[in-house]
Design a binder for this molecule. Sequence first.
Ligand code: UDX
Length: 437
Amino acid sequence: MKITMIGAGYVGLVSGVCFADFGHDVVCVDKDEGKVAALKKGQIPIFEPGLDHLVASNVAAGRLNFTDDLKTAVASSDVVFIAVGTPSRRGDGHADLSYVYAAAREIADNLQGFTVVVTKSTVPVGTGDEVERIIRETNPAADFAVVSNPEFLREGAAIEDFKRPDRIVIGLDGNHARARDVMTEVYRPLYLNQSPLVFTTRRTSELIKYAGNAFLAMKITFINEMADLCEKVGANVQDVARGIGLDGRIGSKFLHAGPGYGGSCFPKDTLALVKTAQDHDSPVRLVETTVAVNDNRKRAMGRKVIAAAGGEVRGAKIAILGLTFKPNTDDMRDSPAIAIVQALQDAGARVVGYDPEGMENARKVIEGMDYARDPYDAASEADAVVIVTEWNEFRALDFERLRTAMKTPLLVDLRNIYRKDEVAKHGFRYASVGRPD
Ligand code: UDX
């Protein structure tokens, strides 16, 4: 299959390179000439494990190309994916679809022969209808089908998720047979591997993406509230998670209590679902509450650190280990670290941060924080070390070295990666989330 991927951002790049690795002929199109030039030289604009090697091998095999010339790419393609951004619109929280619609117009002008146009970007229900209307209006003679095919990639594990998905969701209306055949061919290696292909209508497919992310966000928020309750009643949230997670109807994943969810998807998608539901006079109150509870939680984690430090941090030095919203990414979008640092700074603390990959992006979104070379540099003369993101390199800290560097040996572990006894024996005071410390 000849595939054009419009948008060489996170989703477009990962999906494009994985399709190339399936043996398809893929062109990734991006308006950003600098990005295209860099990609051609093998420079990857994001940090994602394994992506650089996969790009290099598929470029070398001649199956993956990068261009800013949308016209030529679309004209020769069987399938065109739209994988542009759909950020939250300033002011109202709706998904901003201007990039999707602009792509639809450009695609329309250049379609030749039967082409399947696929929205991979996360888009509200009904966007596929609008994309179809735009293409038909712009080019009435075009022979095409518009399909919804949401992505379920986790940052840091995106290639694995793409190649071994729990399911592939494909939504199509009209033109059924031809578009269905094309999409089955696109995902042929996965289909042969028995990955379930869920065919449904376009609107249903669009909603599945939001419903899935909202459910996961709700699950995390539920266990976070249980963690707070555990602290009050002297119970252990990890055992609660295990105890309920072994029930197959609940499932053990996404039950890790922590500082609240962040990232490029959950915060944006939950908000967009709330707005869509309100517009249709069918409010999703559980999701509305999830959004509010998670927002509050991030600053509450700042207060938790202050409480652990004895209620006063004015003039204290606090070291933050882990700034990104999760490990194995350099993504700072809606990271809990942002609100935590802010809360500590507001309380008069001097905050020093360290992150294995995220410091460059952190500088763009956090003001007034100093940066360290490594965890021990961050801990130097500190009154507390706070683990905000569970990077592997924080899982085996040298506690003797850490304690010697610090002024006050206090460890606040917001990801529960340690146990009190193993930390306390090195002379630390220890606080974590939802466990009897
Ligand atoms: C998510 C979805 O998992 C993916 O399917 C979708 O396509 C995009 O959004 P991602 O944002 O990359 O992926 O990360 P994910 O691993 O899902 O974590 C999201 C946030 O939830 C992180 O801040 C993480 O720390 C937090 N989280 C996750 C928890 O706090 N506890 C958990 O048990 C799981």
